[in-house]
Design a binder for this molecule. Sequence first.
Ligand SMILES: [Fe+2]
Ligand SMILES: [Fe+2]
Length: 197
Amino acid sequence: MSSPIEAIFATIRRGGAKRLPEAPDGLLRHGLVAAAHARAVEASPALIAAALMHDIGHLLDLDDADGFDDDRDVEHAMLGAGWLALWLPDSVTRPIALHVDAKRYLAGKDPAFTDTLTPMSRASLALQGGAHSATQAAAFEREAFFADALRVREWDDAPDLPDARIGSPEDYRTLIEVLIEDDKRSTPDRQQLACRG
Ligand SMILES: [Fe+2]
Ligand SMILES: [Fe+2]
């Protein structure tokens, strides 16, 4: 079995070949752009990692190569977060898990937000359950990583950047390795289980 960091990087790199309507230049560039925005405001390492990997749930396999699989679109946030949680802390995985709900929250709070979305993103919002009701929004605000989820969402929707600002996944290798090692020290049992699994 490859190491966690190699498994993660192999999955991130698959994004170079996978395009979605919201990521027309591929999911690899989409993640790198989000991470570059996070880095530009000196976000925490955990949030930079979350920005880079927020859509990794789309890349866990390529069976849905049509690029717009209804089920995967709804579930990719939880799938990706659940997989990364084998090795990474909640401060990385919870904002990833919540980034779709963050779009629903913003659409509920401000109807004008929906107008800023691309037609396909509006279509996926409907598949994802539509704008939050007031009750759903109040519950979302009680999530421990509510504010972080909104920040990842902001970088997810942020504009493309010049190539020189984007860099490569390797720029984030050490950052992710440190997060994995810190998590191993704080929750050794969980990572041992992941290795055996
Ligand atoms: Fe996403
Ligand atoms: Fe995204």
